[in-house]
Design a protein around this ligand. Sequence first.
Ligand SMILES: O=C(O)CCC(=O)C(=O)O
Length: 282
Amino acid sequence: MTLQNDQAIREWETPLALGASHVQAYQDEGVAKIKGVFSAETMDILRREVIQNVTRLGSSVDNENRDEEYPSEDVDLYRKAFTQVFNLWTHSDLIRSFVVGRLAKIAAELMGVSGVRIYHDQALIKEPGGVATPGHVDHYYWPLATEKVLTAWIPLVEITAEMGPLDFALGSHKLDYGRNAELVQQDEAVVEARLAEAGYPVVTAPYQLGEVSFHEGWNFHRAGANQTDQRREVLTVIYMDHEMTLQEPANPNQEYDREKWCPGIEVGNTINSDINLLIAAS
Ligand SMILES: O=C(O)CCC(=O)C(=O)O
């Protein structure tokens, strides 16, 4: 029997008890990668809805934010590598019900906050043959005042090692070197050498369908190339503390993000625009 949307919504709405080890891992390593957060059946339903919307809306041109992760001669390669569409939750009630349920509550529990807001979501599809995503930290791009912000990376298909799963440098969110352009804009070898020297091992592992990783904004991570002929289909949702305030943008990326994802918000104020949906954790 095919699972119906309302059955999927029931699963997504039902809270999942997190083991203490996941919260500990998130604090110590800056990432919690959790198997079985969702059933494979409901991920198929989510995938269908995401892909339908991506096809309908078309790939976004709002890519400036990520271009900087690539050396300038590789930007075209990168644009070809990714299909990205943002804030799908604003276009689909089904996706909205996914982002406000179990997933948001896990994000709140990992960050130790009583409620979260959405910074933004995105479909992040690495096309067959798509190039590797260089090592970087997300928070460098965000004008957010505290570290209480994370990215949930939700595979919509099983992701094998050859498709380019996310690789994390465990514990690297504690490294203060590189929180500015210096390290983010270095080439891969420099980043890796610095992480190795600091003793933060980079781990890579495939993702089962239903598995989700949650990484803190200051965690260094990267992803391999998609060496297969299958699309690496992923939905990501960035959740922040519901009390997150806007800080003075520290670079052009943060200026861009302020306009795009915090419309109308003044520096020092809570980021509570219409697109920063409030989700109470309990
Ligand atoms: O999916 C990728 O290749 C990179 C994604 C990423 O860096 C992120 O979601 O923070």
